[in-house]
Design a protein around this ligand. Structure first.
Ligand code: DPP
Ligand code: ZN
Length: 865
């Protein structure tokens, strides 16, 4: 196992000017011929002569340099690297290799999925197709010819435009040419028998672009939403960033077997079916929103990622953080911006913060890795997006737009670094962002400790910042933390904070300790970190009365949500170990929640967010050592008690949001959320009639959101009819893989220790497949990550289930196994008995683990935090 370090970066010794690929697909064996036009790189301090190419498990048929066959003594291949000696400064290297896509269950490189052949090359998949300098700073022009059987693979696709085609008996071929130089991680190829939804888009400058979305024939009716999302994203990027699409064709192919969400290959995106297919009968509202954002995300990569790419994989967040920021802004513009921001923050604090506080903590620009696949993380993506968002807010929209224009124009066609991005921000704003850049190199979540005092018209905030140590980074320097704030008077109204009468301001915290003064006429409640202006933990001793004021009156959606979360957490913290007090906690919460419920008609989606209790995982992280049973009981008790004390209100809500007709309008979606939430509280309270109402909803749903929502309530609350509903659901949807994923997930997330045996039995269900990542995530991933009381079952059953799954999966798909292993990141927070059981299980898995899995396991096992 080798460690790759940012500090060791060297420019490539050779450039590849042109790649001519010929991929000849035959059953059992695919032959790949590649011709590389090589040129010594003047930026390298190494002389011409020796070239090292990546190539993973390739079977060599021949190697040829400038038309001469290479003899065994002029090259060396160890199964991973091919070293060729005595190369001139300019030459053509031709290789013929064979590969076996049918046997590729790792789903990297060229592989088969439901009868089609497709690729996944990011980060290091191309080396499983042919020999190449597989690194993002080698940009080459690709011309690709695909040959295959006509009947099995009527459709042959690659990047760029089709320039030539023909037939050879029962076989045919197509040549694609991509005029834009690209790194090989953006290469794509698809061969299959697929249906196509076709449309077109006229760019701002009037060029027509053909839009083609491909899926299996049975899924043709599930492509409309992705198409509409794509067109919206194309228009938005023109209007918001001045970025036009650049090829004549834009294609998306839906694939069932896929390790990630989707892949932004130039002109030929390949998507996990879960991120592109959508139909109201089979897809939940959340699924629709995911499709919209992922389609946009991959489209936006055409500029932030493809036209301007990363110099090395340490810069991954250069494209991912920026592109997530872009897709978040897009979704905010398409839907409710306030709701979108809260959803994004909720995701960040509940998933990225724990990562940043655990053994896998790493900077947004890591300094080293063993397998880059393990760094497609929430830190790179979501925290990376927050770092771009802070720069957006520091610069303001106009300067930020000038800076992004400069970035895209100056670096078009190049492979660059996070420093290059920040330099553009500095150049267009005049700001000095050198200290700000610590956000890229320093891991961990900063804690802002704030206290305040009020004396005779003078309100003072004292702020301290501290970032806890993370693996390999014991000492942390102060960051630049923009804190947006307002000050609320006793009526909850924001007061003027300066002579101009501004009622909101931003203070920049950039030292370990600082104070900020405001002249205000009375003692106030601070509304801090508005819009979640920086990804930090805020520690301020809010009283419950202040939280009630913020929740009722603050104009900032994030601060309202955060106030609600704090109220819930303090009630739940008291109930952990003492759930008998749930009734009195619920009564104390009742008046504030009543006001939120009353306002639900203004924005039901926002109300649903405000009325949702923190998860058991989030609550568990506040208690050391983790006590999953007590946490589960506390949350369950509070849910039931809130169901009881607000029963009338929940009843009214569930009736108010009942609809006769299906709609995808914002209010209809929010209404479904509110209705299901209200039914959940009623079910937890054992309210009379709720079984009938939920059963009725399950039997006559208007859409999958209702059908699945009702099924989840039946199963998770153990209502009569749950088993029958599960059987009916499976019978109805057995042919729809994505719906069946949900069926597995509903069962795996049923809170309770018994769920482990249910899930173990489901591993033997005929619809369960180890080779299908979506299915494994639905059953194993959800239990491990979203069902702590089952995962941490006291007898260790959950750990056995997990470790067996890890070992089994690792032999099939190391990337997905390594991702799943992160479920054990809380190992050192467990009490000694559980810790010993899980540790032993993980050590057993570690002995035979792949390089991917081994990196994650060793970080977890050596964690001493
Ligand atoms: N396909 C992944 C994404 O778009 C990796 N680039 O985030
Ligand atoms: Zn991306």
């Amino acid at each position: 196992i080798t460690t790759t370090r940012l500090a060791d970066y060297q420019p490539p010794v050779y450039r590849v000017e042109q790649v001519t690929l010929d991929v000849d697909i035959h059953p059992g064996q695919t032959r790949v011929t590649s011709e590389l036009q090589l040129q010594h790189n003047p930026d390298s301090d190494q002389p011409a002569g020796e070239l090292v190419l990546n190539g993973e498990a390739l079977v060599i048929e021949s190697l040829n340099l400038d038309g001469e066959t290479l003899t065994q003594d002029s090259y060396h291949y160890d199964g991973h690297l091919l070293t060729v000696r005595d190369l001139p400064a300019q030459c053509v290297l031709t290789s013929v290799v064979t590969i076996e896509p049918e046997k590729n269950t790792a789903l990297e490189g060229l592989y088969q999925s439901n009868g089609m052949v497709c690729t996944q090359c990011e980060a290091e998949g191309f080396r499983r197709i042919t020999f190449f300098p597989d690194r993002p700073d080698v940009l080459a022009r690709f011309t690709t010819t695909v040959h295959a059987d006509k009947a099995t693979y009527p459709l042959l696709l690659s990047n760029g435009n089709p320039v030539d085609w023909g037939e050879e008996g029962t076989r045919h071929w197509v040549t694609w040419d991509d005029p834009f130089p690209k790194p090989c991680y953006l290469f794509a190829l698809v061969a299959g028998d697929l249906a196509c939804l076709e449309d077109s888009f006229n760019t701002a400058s009037g060029r027509p672009v053909a839009l083609r979305l491909y899926a299996e024939h049975r899924d043709l009716d599930k492509l409309d939403h992705a198409m509409q999302s794509l067109k919206n994203a194309m228009r938005w990027d023109e209007q918001t960033y001045g970025r036009e699409y650049d090829l004549d064709i834009y294609m998306i192919v839906a694939v069932s077997h896929f390790n990630m969400g989707a892949m932004e290959n130039k002109g030929l995106n390949i998507f996990n079916t879960a991120c592109v297919l959508a139909h109201p009968d089979t897809t939940t509202d959340a699924g629709f929103q995911r499709v919209e954002s992922v389609v946009a995300h991959e489209y936006f990569h055409n500029w932030s990622g493809n036209r301007v790419t990363c110099r090395d994989w340490f810069q991954l967040s250069l494209k991912e953080g920026f592109t997530v920021f872009r897709d978040q802004s897009f979704s905010a513009d398409m839907n409710s911006a306030a709701v979108k921001r809260v959803e994004d923050v909720d995701f960040l604090v509940n998933h990225q913060f724990p990562e940043d506080q655990g053994p896998m903590a790493h900077p947004v620009r890591p300094a080293e890795y063993q397998k880059i696949d393990n760094f497609y993380t929430l830190t790179i993506y979501e925290k990376g997006a927050e770092i771009v968002r802070m720069q957006y807010n520091l610069l303001g929209p106009e300067a930020f737009r000038r800076a992004s224009d400069r970035y895209f124009e100056q670096f078009d066609g190049q492979a660059v670094t996070c420093d290059d991005f920040v330099a553009c921000m500095e150049a267009e704003s005049g700001l000095d962002l050198s200290q700000f850049k610590r956000w890229y190199s320093q891991a961990g979540t900063p804690v802002l400790t704030v206290t305040d005092e009020y004396h005779e018209g003078q309100y003072t905030l004292h702020v301290r910042q501290h970032t806890p140590a993370t693996p390999g980074q014991p000492d942390k320097a102060p960051l630049v933390i923009p804190v947006k704030l307002a000050l609320l008077d006793s009526n909850g109204q924001a007061v003027a904070m300066d002579e101009q009468g501004n009622r909101e301001t931003v203070v920049i915290v950039d030292q370990s300790e600082q104070s900020f003064r405001f002249a205000v006429p009375e003692a106030v409640t601070p509304s801090l970190l508005r819009g979640f202006s920086a990804p930090v933990v805020l520690d301020y001793p809010y009283t419950e009365a202040q939280l009630a004021t913020l929740l009722a009156h603050d104009s900032d959606g994030y601060c309202r949500w955060n106030a609600a979360q704090r109220l819930y957490f303090s009630a739940l913290d008291r109930l952990v170990g003492d759930p008998g007090q749930a009734q009195s906690e619920a009564l104390a919460l009742k008046p504030v929640l009543e006001r939120v419920i009353e306002r639900a008609k203004e924005d039901p989606a926002q109300a649903a967010l405000l009325l949702t209790l923190p998860t058991e995982v989030a609550l568990g992280d506040r208690h050391s050592p983790l006590d999953p049973r007590a946490v589960h009981q506390a949350r369950r008790a509070l849910t039931g008690a809130l169901g009881q004390v607000l029963e009338e209100q929940w009843q009214a809500q569930q009736q108010a949001w009942q609809r006769q007709d299906f709609s995808m309008e914002g209010d209809a979606i929010g209404g479904r959320q509110m209705r299901l939430l209200a039914l959940g509280y009623l079910a937890a309270a054992g309210s009379a009639g709720v079984t009938e109402t939920v059963g009725e909803l399950f039997g006559h749903p208007l859409c999958m959101t209702e059908e699945l929502g009702a099924l989840r309530l039946l199963v998770h609350h153990g209502l009569p009819g749950a088993d029958q509903a599960l059987a009916d659901f499976a019978a109805r949807w057995q042919g729809e893989a994505l719906v069946m994923d949900q069926w597995f997930a509903v069962q795996a997330t049923c809170p309770g220790e018994d769920t482990v045996s249910v899930a173990s039995a489901l591993l033997d269900h005929p619809a369960f497949e180890w080779t299908l990542p979506n299915r494994v995530r639905a059953l194993v991933g959800t239990l491990v990550n979203a069902n702590p009381v089952a995962f941490h079952a006291a007898d260790g059953q959950g750990y056995r289930f997990f470790c067996e799954a890890l070992a089994r999966l690792d032999a099939i798909n190391p990337q997905v196994a390594a991702r799943l292993a992160n479920g054990a990141a809380r190992l050192r927070r467990l009490e000694p008995q559980r810790q010993a059981m899980l540790e032993k299980g993980l050590q057993g898995v570690q002995q035979k683990a792949s390089a991917n899995l081994s990196e994650v396991l060793s970080r977890i096992l050596t964690d001493r935090s």
